[in-house]
Design a protein around this ligand. Structure first.
Ligand SMILES: Cc1ncc(COP(=O)(O)O)c(C=O)c1O
Length: 365
């Protein structure tokens, strides 16, 4: 037994939970088990709850902004956990990573310019590009099945070719990669960085899953590879996935390049967003100050969950190919061998198995 209890089942209904309280509104049966959203059901670190309670007791909730103490905790976390040295002035605060990616795309590209993604990937990537009138270019990941397990990799020749042919201005990197769980290696990240440098492509790195890597794998912030790559990179981080704080709406965006940071802030200014959430500040600071032990125990528990899914699928649904995540707490399942039409597959998952999962197709658009 560890220090923390990840076994406790906490009723989340009637808390305005997007995961539990909007089933019918989102067109699902009331009794489906919602497993579609990256939102864990564990109580967060007790020190986070205590910090929020303390602030709430104060009774005044005026405009709030992070001070040096906050910045220090973020800097320490990045240094200690990810071996990346950042400076306080590089930090920009946004209410979320998806918001930050949108700001970044708008800040460094014009309408009609090309943005590269690699599907299957977290679906807001393509939405952001298209909704902002940018041209979506896709270097889909290479997929193969080895020993009945899915394996994803990057086709670098195609990556560079697409950049050249479409005059790509921005690459949206997902690292670790949602949904296929790849933790990109130093070699892969260096190649990405070098190609982007060669063709003046800015990298927007969504590293929200940075803290979930397993075994020998190591998350390497792409901006930490070298100063040249750092200079073209906008790194999006947040304690929100790691400590389950999405409802508190605070992300830390790291932009070393002064010019890019200025453009990013200008774009944010246009939205009218300014100060972050008072409780988000408390929560992030507490998380990054006290959260390491909790996170290590959580990862052990998550690995057991991943092994459980793997074992269940291997024994009960042997035609499903699992891609074993090297990082993230998501599992990507390939149902193709069943040969079912999309609608039929969805019907079985939702109406017979009573599971609310994200359909694979939305990650490939
Ligand atoms: C890769 C990735 N980026 C961003 C997000 C959402 O970030 P936010 O809630 O800060 O917008 C998620 C949530 O699942 C995610 O998986």
């Amino acid at each position: 037994m560890g220090t923390y209890n990840f076994e406790q089942i906490i009723d989340r209904t009637n808390t305005n939970s997007l995961k539990y309280d909007f089933t019918v509104e989102r067109g699902k049966d009331n009794d489906v088990m919602p497993l579609w959203v990256a939102d864990m059901d564990f109580a967060t670190l007790p020190e986070i709850t205590a910090a929020i309670e303390k602030r709430a007791q104060h009774g005044i909730f005026g405009y709030t902004y992070p001070k040096e103490e906050y910045q220090k905790t973020v800097i320490n976390w990045m240094q200690k956990r990810h071996n990346y040295d950042i400076r306080p002035e590089w930090l920009v605060y946004t209410p979320g990573v998806v918001f930050a990616i949108s700001m970044a795309v708008r800040a460094v590209t014009e309408e009609g310019e090309a943005v590269l993604i690699q599907t299957p990937v977290y679906y807001p990537f393509s939405n952001i590009v298209q909704e902002n009138g940018r041209k979506l270019i896709n270097n889909s990941l290479h997929y193969e099945v080895k020993d009945n397990k899915g394996v994803y990799s990057i086709d670098f020749a195609r990556f560079e070719d697409l950049i050249i042919k479409n005059s790509v201005k921005v690459f949206l990197l997902c690292s670790p990669h949602n949904p296929v769980g790849r933790v990109w290696t130093k070699e892969e990240l260096t190649r990405i960085g070098e190609i982007c440098l060669k063709h003046n492509v800015i990298i927007i790195a969504d590293e929200i899953h940075q803290d979930f890597v397993y075994g020998e794998k190591k998350h390497i912030p792409i901006a930490s590879i070298n100063k040249d790559i750092e200079n073209i990179t906008i790194t999006c981080t947040s304690p929100s996935k790691t400590f389950n704080l999405a409802g508190l709406q605070l992300s830390n965006i790291i932009i070393a390049n002064h010019k890019i940071r200025k453009l990013f802030k200008k774009e944010m200014g246009k939205t009218g967003f300014d100060e972050p959430n008072i409780f988000g500040i408390e929560a992030c600071q507490a998380a990054y100050t006290y959260g390491e032990c909790w996170l290590e125990e959580l990862k052990v528990y998550l690995l057991e969950n991943i092994a459980y899914v793997r074992n269940f699928v291997d024994t009960k649904m042997p035609k499903v190919i699992v891609t074993i995540p090297e990082g993230t707490y998501l599992v990507w399942l390939d149902f193709n061998k069943y040969g079912l039409e999309l609608r039929e597959l969805e019907d079985r998952i939702q109406n017979k198995a009573k599971l609310w999962l994200d359909e694979g197709i939305i990650f490939a658009k």
